[in-house]
Design a protein around this ligand. Structure first.
Ligand code: GDP
Length: 365
């Protein structure tokens, strides 16, 4: 299961700065054999206070956080679809990601030129979104062309639906409108899954504001209003990538002191990671044994056998039952206490794992 976010934005919007800050929060790569040593990929720890508290009870030597991958997607510029910059090369990376983080430049700086000559979040968002739409349009048009050959024959109802969807997509994309607002059903999404369309992926906008700006403590709703972006097709977050990149090397106490000193009320980097996690519709469950306590990401609504399969592929098939306790109860009463109070529940194949569950899976030997 790929849980990855692609960071896009115009040149000089602060992507590398944000990516650098994020990669300081990389988890040990050794635990993640799938993460190759690609400098554009970071496997980032998801901050979770609950894990620390659970580990205080389990007292294991290792504590392993949940993680998500961030990709630094370079080369997306105005008119990329016409071959500007690196043309459509950015596509190869972004196609693989499950969601998009769009970093929008809000900070002004005389020595750091803006590619369009002036800072305008609304224009930048339109430029990038238009490029993403054009990239999708190319794919949709190609598929429509391929399908036309079959039109003479009798189409199955599924093929018909597919064709209609593609026509609808084409219409929207030509107008520069993303596809994520179409509110597609799961069936429709599955029909077009293989196309790996970009504007279907969920998106979050991150406004990169100047470190000294009062905007830093504004809510994203206020910023949307200020920049005339009320119809944005995704959530927004405010950050100063520069501050976060500088702070990330400091201890937690030092960071807090610095934030207080600069009147910064939030840990923006953690907010970005958490919001990205939510964007992917992920929840967290926990496991522990004598060696390690671990947080795992899983898609909302996943049933226990499939969740067990995340730990080990064999486990899904060999699943017998799950023994589950809520993390708060576990922290309050401990393992034995929870057992004595009957708080460990036995759950079967249809149980949908909940955020904050501590799970032990019984597996057939
Ligand atoms: P990229 O081209 O989008 O990857 O942008 P970079 O991360 O390389 O940033 C371009 C320049 O902007 C660098 O000199 C950064 O130090 C600077 N920069 C990035 N974020 C901020 C910020 O929040 N405030 C200020 N003042 N400068 C920033």
């Amino acid at each position: 299961m790929s849980l990855s976010i692609g960071i896009v934005g115009l040149p000089n919007s602060g992507k590398s700065t944000l990516f650098k800050a994020l990669t300081k929060k990389q988890v040990l790569i050794a635990n993640y054999p799938f993460a190759t040593i690609d400098p554009n990929v970071g496997v980032i720890e998801v901050p979770d206070e609950r894990l620390k508290k659970i580990a205080e009870v389990t007292k294991t030597a290792k504590i392993l956080p949940a993680s998500i991958e961030f990709y630094d997607i370079a080369g997306l510029v105005k008119d990329a679809h016409k071959g500007e910059g690196l043309g459509n090369q950015f596509l190869s990376h972004i196609k693989k990601t499950s969601a998009i983080l769009h970093l929008v430049r809000v900070f002004e700086h005389v020595e750091i030129p803006h590619v369009s000559g002036r800072v305008s979040p609304k224009d930048d968002i339109e430029i990038i979104n238009f490029e993403l739409c054009m990239a999708d349009l190319k794919i949709v048009e190609k598929r429509l062309e391929e399908q036309k050959q079959h039109l003479k024959t009798n189409l199955t109802s599924e093929q018909k639906k597919h064709f209609e969807l593609l026509r609808l997509f084409k219409e929207r994309l030509e107008k520069g409108l993303s596809l994520r607002e179409l509110d597609l059903t799961e069936i429709e999404k599955n029909l077009v899954k293989d196309l790996q369309l970009l504007t279907i992926k969920p998106i979050i906008y991150v406004f990169n504001v100047d470190e000294k700006s009062e905007l830093l403590n504004f809510s994203s709703r206020d910023l949307k209003k200020i920049f005339n972006l009320s119809s944005l097709d995704g959530e927004a977050i405010v950050i100063s990538a520069k501050i976060e990149a500088e702070l990330v090397d400091l201890s937690e106490d030092e960071q807090n002191e610095y934030r207080r000193e600069f009147g910064l009320k939030r840990n923006c980097l953690n907010e970005v990671i958490k919001a990205s996690y939510q964007l992917l519709h992920l929840i967290t469950f926990f496991t522990y044994n004598s060696q390690e306590t671990r947080a795992w990401p899983v898609k909302e609504g996943t049933k226990a056998p499939q969740v067990a399969g995340i730990i080990h592929t064999d486990f899904e098939e060999k699943f017998i039952r799950a023994e589950v306790v809520n993390w708060e109860k576990f922290v309050q009463y401990g393992e034995v206490g929870c057992k004595e109070k009957g708080l460990w529940r036995i759950e079967g194949k249809d149980y949908i794992v909940q955020d904050g569950d501590i799970c032990y899976f019984r597996i057939a030997s």
